[in-house]
Design a protein around this ligand. Structure first.
Ligand code: SF4
Length: 217
């Protein structure tokens, strides 16, 4: 499979770890670059431009993620964006290559496409994912408090062998919903913000003398 992965590249916005608010356990999360779905209220507008980000060879990324999983004792991979199903071949190869290095690794996929459309566009990626959150962000249907479904129209599909683990995680009382990562010149808010969270974050930083530039929402 690495021969296939060797020939593929993935356009990536960022990779962050350990992420604890996008799936059970401590995870490495990959935000792919490029999304044409343009959901009103999207909190990741910086990932829309399909010509931005960084092109990364899939094999090199699999090596990097496998090293991070081992070094930091991570439990899973979360794929988000951007729209992962737009880069289905590269992401499917990435999951296969990573599982060759870290067998059984949990993979959580967020897609803005309906589950049927995601399956049609990216059958291998959907099938390889332990959990899939599918459907566009609809700000008129926000579900503040749900740890994986940002809006009520979205669909959650969990592989039977992982359902207990996910259900336990989803049922944890009063879990943290957001994390902040500082990476290079960027400050990244990770998780599913409730309506108003992002403006509150910006306002509270402003009150402390920190002005955000290039805000992605
Ligand atoms: S699918 Fe995701 S990244 Fe794309 S516009 Fe919708 S919320 Fe934003």
């Amino acid at each position: 499979m690495d021969a296939h992965a060797d020939a593929l590249t993935l356009r990536v916005a960022r990779v962050l770890a350990p992420v604890t608010v996008l799936g059970p356990g401590r995870r490495v999360a990959v935000w792919v670059q490029g999304c044409a779905l343009a959901c009103p209220g999207c909190a990741s507008r910086d990932t829309w431009d399909a010509a931005a980000g960084t092109l990364v060879p899939v094999t090199a990324l699999a090596d990097r993620l496998a090293d991070a999983v081992a070094a930091d004792g991570l439990d899973g991979l979360t794929l988000t964006g951007g729209e992962p199903t737009d880069q289905a071949a590269a992401l499917t190869a990435l999951v296969v290559a990573l599982r060759e290095r870290r067998p059984g690794l949990d993979v959580l996929l967020f897609t803005g496409r309906e589950l049927s459309a995601a399956r049609a566009l990216a059958p291998g990626l959907v099938a390889a994912s332990t959990c899939v959150v599918a459907g566009p962000y609809r700000r008129d249907r926000a579900t503040p408090g749900h740890r994986l479904l940002a809006t009520a129209n979205q669909e959650l599909r969990i592989a039977p062998e992982a359902s207990g683990r996910y259900e336990d995680w989803l049922a944890e009382p009063e879990p943290p919903r957001l994390q902040v990562f500082a990476e290079g010149d960027g400050l990244y808010l990770v998780g599913l913000p409730a309506p108003g969270d992002l403006d509150r974050f910006r306002r509270e930083l402003g009150e402390r003398g920190v002005e955000l530039e290039g805000v992605s929402w």
